[in-house]
Design a protein around this ligand. Structure first.
Ligand SMILES: [Zn+2]
Length: 441
């Protein structure tokens, strides 16, 4: 009984946290502006009883530059992790930190300079702080980095904004924060007959959606080889884009990428793309590496989600892949999907069946053309596979730690063959599913 009650309390808290997260992610400024329990940003700077804690302290901030390039500098008492991203309509840049104490001069941020109209700051959730910049127009984060203390200067956070046009700005956003997704997808579908330009409103695209998720990105390089010259994030992006192009050629499916460039995307956001698109399939692409001295495995492996890892190697891999968020500086709340598990157990069970079915289809297609791991089907607790209603698999294309695999991973010939096998498996799986689902769908 007690555990049941705890469940409900947890659930309630989880939903609140989810609401808070969604709220801050979608509106950016709402936490700083409203909510009875949330002090306005400037009040959050007043040292309260919690200021005795050893959160990093921010003591000053300034802006420099002009309307083409603007630089923001924040003085810290120690280096912090952070995550900066842009949002549209209105144009903003958001920087997330672990909780920090803002000891900034009163009124700072009210006036801007160059591309920054103003900025606000404060706690967005226990353990998480945020600065939100209101921009005068579309601008990208050209650079963002931490400078270590040097020459009598404290550690500093530097964000460099650079002016860009709206189209480029919108395209630079991750899919789920794009104000209008359709144009980007229409563009990706250039092979399709396209009479849609400037014809509002478009007929809804009812083709099944395949989400391709190139792992890692941005600050998170993933595995590496060749002394850092070859990075997983680049290998899997190239592969993912090639797979997208191949699938789209048939015209039967709409493909949505979780990233199309070198951007960090939190794991939960990748799951969110799949769910928001009501995807028929989610395929995460990775390339593994064995730690030095742990043997020399090779070949491709296909992973599905399970509570209990199928073996110790699968468990190690899931742990590594799940660290992506920590590497990217994402804070700090439970994923909504984990809380929601209680409610959607049934849906999830069905999804699991389909995930496993797709994994087997994929393996039988790949094994003809692609070098596979000696145990090619495994399962573990990958956070990126946790969309409760979207069949999801994670493919490790091979091991960058293995010389033979590495040669294949960078070879165009191998990529073409592998992309072909995967596209074929996706088509086989979805054609069957659609046939079973019947014409009502
Ligand atoms: Zn990976």
């Amino acid at each position: 009984m007690a555990s049941r009650a705890n469940h409900l309390v947890l659930l309630g808290c989880g939903l609140l946290c989810t609401a808070a997260l969604l709220c801050t992610q979608m509106i950016g400024s709402c936490a700083a502006q409203g909510g009875a329990s949330q002090p306005p940003a400037s009040v959050a700077a007043v040292p309260g009883p919690k200021a005795v804690s050893n959160f990093p302290i921010v003591s000053d901030a300034r802006l420099a530059g002009d309307a083409r390039q603007t630089r923001f500098i924040l003085d810290l008492d120690k280096p912090v992790q952070f995550r900066a991203f842009a949002l549209a309509d209105p144009y903003r840049v958001v920087v997330d930190f672990p909780q920090i104490t803002f000891n900034l001069p009163a009124g700072i941020g009210a006036g801007g300079r160059g591309l920054v109209k103003a900025f606000r700051y404060g706690l967005v959730m226990p353990g998480g702080s945020r600065i939100v910049f209101d921009l005068t127009g579309p601008a990208k984060i050209a650079k963002s980095y931490i400078l270590e203390a040097a020459n009598g200067q404290p550690p500093r956070l530097v964000i460099e904004f650079e002016q860009m046009d709206r189209t480029a700005f919108v395209q630079s956003l991750p899919p789920e924060s794009r104000p209008e997704l359709r144009p980007a997808i229409a563009e990706a579908n250039a092979a399709q007959p396209d009479s849609s330009i400037a014809q509002p409103p478009q007929a809804p695209d009812k083709r099944p959606v395949v989400v391709i998720d190139p792992g890692h990105g941005g600050v998170d390089n993933g595995t590496q080889a060749g002394g850092g010259d070859i990075m997983e994030k680049n290998l899997v992006l190239t592969f993912g884009l090639a797979l997208r192009d191949r699938i789209e050629k048939s015209g039967k499916y709409r493909v949505v990428m979780t990233r199309t460039d070198d951007t960090f995307i939190p794991l939960a956001d990748r799951v969110k793309v799949a769910r928001n698109e009501a995807a028929a399939l989610f395929v995460s692409i990775h390339a593994d590496a064995l730690p030095r001295g742990e043997g020399d495995a090779h070949g491709a492996t296909i992973y599905t989600l399970s509570d209990k890892a199928s073996d110790s190697e699968a468990e190690r891999l899931a742990d590594t892949e799940n660290k992506s968020d920590a590497i990217g500086g994402v804070s700090l709340v439970d994923e909504p999907t984990e809380v929601a598990d209680i409610l959607i157990d049934l849906v999830q069970r069905e999804t699991k069946t389909f995930s496993n079915r797709f994994a087997r289809t994929l393996m039988s297609e790949m094994k003809n053309t692609v070098r596979m791991h000696k145990h090619p089907l495994k399962s573990a607790g990958f956070r990126v596979l946790k969309a409760p209603d979207v069949p999801s698999v994670l493919v490790e294309l091979g091991y960058v730690s293995n010389k033979g695999d590495l040669e294949l991973l960078v070879s165009e010939n191998w990529r073409n063959k592998t992309v072909g096998a995967m596209a074929q498996a996706i088509d086989t799986f979805l054609a069957k599913r659609l046939a079973t689902a019947g014409p009502a769908k």
